[in-house]
Design a protein around this ligand. Sequence first.
Ligand code: 57M
Length: 358
Amino acid sequence: MLYHLLYPLHVDYPIFNVFRYITFRTIYAVLTAMVLAFALGPWLIRTLSRYQIGQVVRDDGPERHYVKKGTPTMGGVLIVFAIVVPTLLWADLTNPYVWVVLVTVLGFGAIGFWDDYLKVVKKDPKGLSARHKFLMQSLVAGAVAAYLYFGVDFDTALAVPFLKGTTIEMGWLFIPFAILVIVGASNAVNLTDGLDGLAIGPVMIAAGTYLIIVYLSGHSKFSAYLQIPHIPGSGELAIICGAMVGAAMGFLWFNTYPASVFMGDVGSLPLGAALGAIAVTSKHELLLVLVGGIFVMETVSVIWQVGYFKATGKRIFLMAPIHHHFELKGWQEPKIIVRFWIISIVLALLALSTLKLR
Ligand code: 57M
């Protein structure tokens, strides 16, 4: 909105020209999101505590988690707010890709909210059934993918990292593929969200990495120089990536060990889905496996554990997802968290290096 209100004033006051620049608006989206999260965080935590919106902790988990019982949860409401408001303020709202990601955030946020509401407020330990949750996630992701396929002039060829000249034409298969990426990313972030700051740190790093990628793919000269797909208009997504970085930093302030608040599904589902939607719209879907390597590792640990257990009756890890394995091995929680962040940063750097490899 600020972009639409203030940029036209540049005709009389050249200073307003600055609103044209994605870089300028991205910086302010980061700051606005962070300030919103800092300012509203204490109030939200007080309100969640007052209404006893506290975490239910399973008694079959690592013992150390019992002390977390009652920690206010559903802090993801703040994350969603701190992503949506700065995006509405700083982005060009005539850009369809901005709406693709906003609708993804709001849609997955609503599914997560419903699940948390059933679990925490209605005290139904199961929440939404896995089947229902998956169906609703697929519906939202399917709507977004269908809009990209039918509604926008979107090139559905899949770009392959490392092989710059190679693209795979997907045709209508783009729709199921996009659903897989968005729903997969959403659930992978959800699985990772099991220690203080464990999910939000890598989300912040991944959003920062995609901020650079979308900026470059939206820029005709940079994308030509790097020989990456040029998607006119995708640069505007840098603003939403910036808002995600700012919201994540603000939330981490309160979620860092020992956490004063957890995000709940209302936070983890939209954050993962947003990363998936950004990867799809910037045509860097395959790179998400590397950028979000921590989420992939957590998910693979569950798939292996469940598969191996079903086949042999034995476990590979002491407990899955893998962060529980390290806990049960005796690592202190902050050590696991910070080491996972370090791995995330290394993976982000490797992912960025692929932009130069051909
Ligand atoms: C999310 N949620 C946390 C919090 C957070 C298929 C199976 C592997 C699924 C998996 C699962 O349910 N994952 C979903 C994990 C929970 O956190 C809440 O959930 C939100 C995210 N959805 O925002 O509201 C607990 O995590 C801890 N936490 C923190 N700090 C944070 O900032 O400490 C969360 C955020 C919180 C808190 O203790 O209560 C969770 O773990 O429940 N299931 C599992 O992870 C279970 N694993 C399992 O059953 N493994 C078996 C299988 C794979 C064969 C095995 O290895 O043998 C474990 N989870 C728990 N106890 N809690 C095991 C038992």
